[in-house]
Design a protein around this ligand. Structure first.
Ligand code: NAP
Length: 423
């Protein structure tokens, strides 16, 4: 096998395609030609605004109609608070996984779970995992912790000044809680932490966000906190930013992994050995063996946590149910564990410390997203904690199914059959 350096050289030679350095420079040079027209922008999705945007594009009418049929009675106005420069909608199929029996503190019952995806085998895999969990009497899935951070950063002239500012902020905890509380009826500032780095201070503001996932809510509350501290502190920062990238928003971080971001959930189930054999075509011992090897593989890859494919469940569920799909970045992190019990059965658990979901706000009230929440019986107020517990249960179903498929040799077979139509 070629060394890494040789491979890079070969790759570069291939993409250069025999061109000289001058030819490459010509290809990459700044071109002196007029800018294309600006997109007629804004949030208006009225027919004429959408039409103006389409007038910029030169694609066949059939392609256009696949994205937006002007004669379609269902207008785009409903998306005006969801998107800018809108030209249409993408259609995604939604499948059902389940029944998934959940015995949670908030989520209790049998769920048919809507999943929006174009990944063949995904729904089948979650459906199988869900059915096995249900046949075993259901899984326990429990919300363990809640909190969503915003982390503004403040720059000072010296470490001493930054430290004094930090002490002042800590002394103002109660006032800052009130300032944040004035911006929201359901949000609550529950904790204030500090991270010091040289002459920079990061405030770590942690909130409860009611039934909203809460990213906008905590941004608005934190802006008010920042304005208050800048106006009232005896130590005036040179500059500040409302978010200085310590919150773990839309990225997997070690901090969120060991604390919480959004909602932390653990789910567990014990599957009798006969069921593992008859329904998953493998054994608890083989599942445990795979888990051990997979855990060591994950460590070698530098993974945060050890898990198989939480992202599959969460991306499909988030899209179907009006969650922010980009939050899969932080949500699809955690620990899966498989063990053979003293009785020879299979114990399986998942722990996800940063599930970012809500049942109000964001896109949860859009028609098809709201319909998916209604399928789950989890639309509206008082349901977000149940939705988080359901996420944990679904992730568990997926971990069981994929691991069983890898153990039994079905993994490749299922993809060949369902994605390629062979076998
Ligand atoms: P939001 O729709 O901006 O806010 C939730 C709204 O629902 C608030 O007006 C809240 O009022 C109201 N509300 C009514 N009943 C509620 C209840 N029971 N619990 C909680 N709120 C209730 O949604 P969000 O969750 O704050 O933000 C989610 C969106 O932010 C997602 O679309 C996400 O993509 C986006 N996002 C924003 C940022 C950012 O930095 N701005 C970053 C990442 C993602 P009160 O506030 O008065 O309680």
């Amino acid at each position: 096998m070629a060394s890494n350096e040789e491979r890079i050289e070969r790759f570069l030679r291939r993409i250069l395609g025999g061109r000289t350095a001058r030819e490459i420079a010509d290809t990459l040079k700044v071109e002196d030609r007029p800018f294309p027209a600006h997109i007629p922008g804004g949030s208006s999705n009225a027919a004429d605004a959408v039409e103006q945007r389409w007038s910029l594009l030169d694609i066949p009418e059939t392609s256009r109609r696949a994205l937006h049929d002007p004669e379609d009675s269902c207008g785009l106005e409903i998306y005006e608070r969801s998107i800018e420069n809108c030209i249409g909608t993408i259609k995604l199929p939604v499948g059902l996984a389940g029944p998934l029996r959940v015995r949670g503190i908030f989520a209790s019952g049998d769920f048919y779970v809507p999943l929006a995806t174009t990944e063949a085998a995904l729904v089948a895999s979650y459906a199988r995992g869900a059915q096995v969990i249900t046949e075993a009497g259901g899984c326990v899935s429990i919300l363990l912790h809640e909190g969503l951070r915003r982390t503004p950063g403040f720059a000072f002239r010296s470490i001493a000044e930054a430290g004094l500012f930090a002490i002042w902020c800590m002394e103002q905890k109660e006032t800052l809680r009130q300032v944040a509380g004035e911006t929201t009826r359901h949000g609550e500032l529950t904790d204030l932490g500090i991270a010091l780095e040289g002459n920079h201070i990061y405030l770590i503001l942690e909130y409860l966000t009611g039934d909203a996932s809460g990213q906008n809510m905590v941004t608005i509350a934190t802006q008010a906190v920042c304005e208050y501290v800048v106006a009232n502190s005896p130590f005036v920062p040179k500059h500040y930013f409302v978010e200085a990238n310590l919150s773990g928003d839309k990225k997997a971080t070690a901090h969120s992994f060991v604390t919480v971001r959004g909602k932390k959930v653990s789910a567990e189930v014990t599957l009798p050995a006969e069921m593992v054999q008859s329904r998953l075509h493998t054994t608890p011992q083989q599942m445990e063996r795979y888990w051990k090897m997979g855990a060591i593989g994950a460590i070698q890859s530098g993974s945060i946590g050890v898990q198989g494919h939480y992202a599959n469940a969460l991306a499909a569920l988030y899209i179907a149910c009006g969650q922010d799909p980009a939050c899969v970045a932080e949500s699809a992190v955690g620990i899966t564990r498989f063990e053979v019990t003293d009785d020879g059965d299979l114990y399986a658990s998942v722990t996800l410390p940063s599930i970012v979901v809500g049942t109000v706000g964001g896109a949860t009230s859009l028609p098809s997203q709201q319909a998916c929440l209604r399928i789950l019986g989890l639309a509206g107020e008082g349901k977000s904690q149940a939705l988080a517990e359901l996420c944990g249960a679904l992730a568990l179903a997926g971990e069981l199914s994929i691991t069983a498929a890898l153990c039994s040799g079905d993994f490749t077979r299922a993809h060949l059959k369902l994605a390629r139509g062979r076998g």
